[in-house]
Design a protein around this ligand. Structure first.
Ligand SMILES: Nc1ncnc2c1ncn2[C@@H]1O[C@H](COP(=O)(O)OP(=O)(O)OP(=O)(O)O)[C@@H](O)[C@H]1O
Length: 292
């Protein structure tokens, strides 16, 4: 492997997803101003920030629902700034939504199948007569869904249940299953643990880690639960008023006075760290107490 001259450190791989100078305005409101960051392959990257910071706008821009007024988004080196959302999904960018966007009257299995349909190569005529490749793809589809995703997310017992009948935590899990059924390279999770109790949050955190470890999927999430973000993420991007005010490892952003100012109104990083540890249900370790 090629290394940097004289330093013995391999050069960083180009990011799988690269956001550069993204600006987005709604009339007079600038939701995003020159936002830039990279998502490394195999990482768990989180976007955080106070209410109204621009997190949802950024997610909608990356998945193609909003078109930026300036800047670019590259995925696997390809410029996708103007690529429509379904095409981005086919390229390998799948997402879940902050407010669950499942078909509530349909079963869990049928909802998950809708995700997989993004990849079916069957043409309309085949589908109409349900023959040849269509039938093979349907069989493959069922096997893939039933044996991998449903088992993995431990939702076997509810596969035939209508989504509307399920508790919130399970609905979120089904949404993740549907996004996974698109076989994404990057799974974008919009507030995956919003509204969940601690047990549901811990389950979801475990699934996110396993998605990366067992499926090799890169994860990009927006999340308010700071404890969960700090525990899981390799890279954290902090937005405030539509701008990136800090980014780095969880330790780096927690030690950044700008981040403390955005969340607490003062640059007290010790208070920020204590708040985050309280959010994660932990007391500060003795070595950390004086570290601020
Ligand atoms: N469709 C829209 N039309 C006009 N302004 C919008 C629209 N969507 C977002 N905004 C504005 O853009 C800014 C960023 O909003 P956004 O929802 O992206 O923030 P957020 O970080 O996701 O907030 P929250 O944490 O509350 O979900 C806010 O000032 C918001 O009022």
């Amino acid at each position: 492997m090629e290394t940097s001259p004289g330093r013995g450190v391999p050069p960083a791989a180009p990011p799988l997803l690269q956001v550069d100078g993204v600006t987005l305005a709604f009339g007079g409101v600038r939701a995003l101003s020159g936002v830039g960051f990279g998502v490394q392959r195999g990482s768990i990257t989180a976007v955080i920030g106070p209410n109204g910071a621009g997190k949802t706008s950024l997610f909608n821009t990356i998945s193609g629902f909003y078109r930026p007024t300036a800047g670019s988004i590259r995925f696997r080196g390809q410029d996708i700034t103007r690529t429509p959302p379904p095409e981005r999904a086919r390229l390998g960018l799948a997402r879940s939504f902050q407010n669950i966007a499942l078909f509530r009257g349909m079963t869990v299995l049928d909802n998950i199948k809708l995700g997989r349909h993004a990849h079916l190569k069957t043409n309309v005529l085949d589908a109409l007569f349900y023959m040849g490749r269509a039938r093979r793809e349907e069989a493959e589809l069922r096997r893939d869904i039933e044996e991998r995703i449903i088992d993995f997310l431990e939702i076997d017992h509810i596969r035939h249940a209508p989504v509307a009948a399920l508790p919130y935590g399970l609905q979120k899990r089904v949404e993740m299953a549907r996004a996974l059924a698109m076989q994404p390279e990057v799974l974008m999770l919009d507030e995956p643990v919003a509204g969940m109790n601690r047990e549901e949050t811990e389950d979801m955190a475990r699934f996110i880690l396993d998605v990366r470890a067992e499926w090799g999927v890169t994860v990009l999430m927006v999340e308010h639960d700071m404890g969960m973000v700090m525990d899981l993420s390799d890279h954290v991007v902090v937005l405030n008023f539509g701008q990136v005010i800090a980014q780095g490892t969880p330790g780096e952003v927690q030690a950044d006075p700008e981040v403390a100012r955005a969340y607490l109104g003062s640059g007290d990083v010790g208070a920020l760290r204590a708040k985050l540890q309280a959010a994660a249900g932990r007391a500060p370790a003795p070595a950390e107490q004086g570290a601020a």
